[in-house]
Design a binder for this molecule. Structure first.
Ligand code: AHR
Length: 628
């Protein structure tokens, strides 16, 4: 195997390997967003969902939900407790998202918006209960005055429990009204108040992502247009963000999740901030005036498309505009006066047909006129084999999209076979945005090693074609083990822990070994695209002056070979080698056994510019060799 080190064939985009985020499988509320209270503002279809009412004296209390829709359409409902005599009491217990994951010695921040009616005297005790009902943390809140006010108290938890619950005990006489009942751990990512789960963000940062795509996926489209994702409803004050049913709620999905809603506590501002934190280019996708074509296929008439296009222009102002602009000022008010320097915007997700292009044309014209520096991402419909896909390819030649979104949820065989997918691709127009792919080993769709190995083979093909493939990511990203709707997924978690799948390690090995320049790696003058079960790609990393080689051995036996680095450069006599592989293609990691299959680091010796390689059976090997 020969690597031509001195003749790079293309630049590798810093965005090459990234992250696709969608609020599916409880990825946001109940996942990345660290809020522990479910249905905190009583806005689910059933306002009491997630809450249990316990009473000491049933005759002496009322619990009511008030809907002040016209006065406060963003957050219409609030709850009230009315206690009729001094001895009465009522408690509300919130079950969290399949329980609340809490940790011993961690501090928890409770907050509530409340108003106490005149001549009322009501005490509020707040306690954290473990899974058997014992108190493991408590505090009290003194509510005073009729004016709505936010009350905040903190307490320390005495026990780790994945299934804790939060109890509010009201005692006294009179009426207290409340909304936005919230409990957050202190140990969020960067210790931000009301922030994100640190362990999950760390997993994202460890991928070394070049971009972060959000917020989906199908949730961008909505089942109908009234339930499309609208970014403006996800920014500003938390209590003004309108809760909406999630597209992956049971109503729309075969997996039971009647309690799946979006609080938007993790909204567009937080997505931009997260992108910045993990060093990834933010890449928002917006609704293009069409609901999901697999569902209602509702479209907005072209003469009513203007607000959708305006949303795109306003988003660019929100991300990049000066603080003198309306939306730039909101960004500053939220805590980020500096622009987010957004460079890309996506128009539509998995949309197809003439209806899409008619609408896309309006977006392209408006964005390019006002913000010619922004690269637009278009879509081709769901899957490469669909007739719509061919149609889209034709249509796209009429437009100026910089990148085109292609999705592949296919079998392991498809992934191995498609390592050559982009070898003969048209080089004359747009670039490829391959940001939803996953190998589905049916029927179980486990995140097993076969699926990950086939993705690795496919990814060598993406990398070998880095002159035309600019962005790639696995999908979906997260799944709660007790609340998923789709599998396989990159990272699985419960209320306290998370586990990296072998697919995660493959993404990570490509992400941290991304390089800057593409090199040719060939056997007998041909790219390695499956001959003898071998797949390979190679890059030069100008930042570290290293040659990086990725090789997949899709054989059940080990393979011995040697690699020659054709170069005038001299190389260190030792390099590093990271290997992940096993002969058990069906193995996967679990929360209980997270290390069933993990990468292993080794050292590798060079003799001059030659490396002798013993490739493990069914393995991905990444080698780094430094210039002397
Ligand atoms: O990743 C899950 C879903 O797959 C996404 O929401 C959609 O874009 C695709 O069909």
């Amino acid at each position: 195997i020969q690597v031509d080190v001195d003749k790079p064939t293309a630049k590798i985009q810093p965005t090459m390997w990234g992250i696709f985020f969608e609020d599916i499988n409880f990825a946001a509320d109940g996942g990345l967003y660290a809020e522990l209270v479910k249905n905190r503002s009583f806005e689910f279809f059933d306002p009491k969902m997630g809450w249990d009412i316990e009473r000491t004296n049933p005759d002496s209390f009322h619990f009511i939900i008030t809907n002040r829709g016209t006065e406060n359409p963003q957050n219409p409902r609030y709850a009230s407790v009315i206690l009729n005599d001094n001895k009465s009491s009522l408690s509300l217990v919130n079950e969290g998202f399949r329980g609340m994951g809490v940790k011993e010695n961690n501090t928890y921040h409770f907050s509530i918006l409340a108003s106490l009616a005149k001549q009322s005297d009501v005490d509020l005790k707040v306690s954290l209960l473990d899974s058997v009902g014992e108190v493991i943390g408590e505090t009290a809140v003194e509510i005073a005055g009729e004016a709505w006010k936010k009350y905040e108290v903190s307490f320390v938890c005495s026990k780790t429990d994945p299934k804790a619950r939060l109890k509010l005990l009201f005692e006294g006489n009179g009426k207290v009204s409340f909304d936005m009942v919230s409990l957050f751990p202190d140990d969020t990512w960067k210790n931000r108040k009301g922030g994100l789960r640190a362990d999950l963000v760390q997993k994202l940062a460890d991928l070394n992502p070049g971009f972060f795509r959000f917020p989906g996926g199908c949730i961008v489209e909505g089942r109908d247009l009234s339930r499309r994702y609208q970014w403006k409803k996800t920014v500003g004050k938390i209590e003004d963000r309108t809760v909406m049913v999630n597209r992956w709620n049971t109503e729309f999905s075969h997996r039971s999740a009647p309690d799946y809603f979006q609080s938007f506590g993790l909204g567009f501002y937080e997505y931009f901030l997260l992108s910045e934190d993990i060093g990834a280019e933010p890449l928002p996708i917006l609704n293009c005036g069409m609901a999901c074509q697999f569902n209602t296929a509702e479209v907005v008439p072209l003469d009513q498309l203007e607000p959708y296009v305006q949303d795109a222009l306003d988003l660019i102002e929100f991300a990049n505009g000066s603080t003198d602009t309306e939306w730039g000022k909101l960004r500053a008010d939220m805590g980020h006066p500096k622009p987010f320097n957004m460079k890309y915007i996506g128009v539509g997700n998995e949309q197809w047909g003439p209806q899409y292009f008619e609408r896309y044309a309006f977006f392209e014209k408006a964005i390019m006129e006002k913000y010619p520096e922004i690269s637009i991402v278009s879509t081709t419909g769901p899957f490469p084999e669909d007739p719509f896909f061919k149609y889209a390819k034709g249509e796209l030649t009429k437009y100026k999209a910089a990148l085109v979104d292609e999705h592949y949820y296919r079998t392991p065989d498809w992934f191995f076979e498609n390592a050559t997918r982009y070898d003969d691709y048209d080089r004359g127009s747009y670039k490829i945005f391959a940001v939803e792919y996953a190998s589905h080993d049916r029927p179980g769709n486990d995140n097993n090693w076969l699926s990950a190995l086939s993705e690795a083979a496919f990814m060598t093909g993406l990398e070998r074609n880095a002159d035309v493939v600019y962005m790639c990511s696995y999908a979906p990203l997260f799944a709660h083990v007790e609340g998923w709707q789709w599998r396989p997924d990159l990272i699985w978690f419960d209320n306290l822990n998370s586990v990296s799948t072998p697919n995660y390690y493959v993404q990570q090995l490509f992400g941290v070994n991304n390089g800057t320049d593409l090199l040719s790696i060939q056997l007998d003058g041909k790219d390695l695209t499956g001959q003898d079960g071998l797949y390979a790609s190679s890059v030069w990393d100008a930042n570290t002056k290293e040659v990086v080689i990725k090789i997949v051995n899709n054989n059940k036996e080990a393979k011995s070979t040697s690699v020659v680095l054709n170069s005038a450069k001299k190389f260190a006599s030792k390099g590093t080698m990271t290997v992940i592989g096993t002969t058990d293609l069906k193995v996967y990691n679990t929360l209980e056994n997270p290390d069933n299959i993990v990468p292993v680091n080794k050292e590798i010796k060079l003799s001059g510019s030659r490396l002798k390689l013993d490739l493990d059976p069914y393995s991905l090997t990444v080698i780094r060799v430094k210039q002397k």
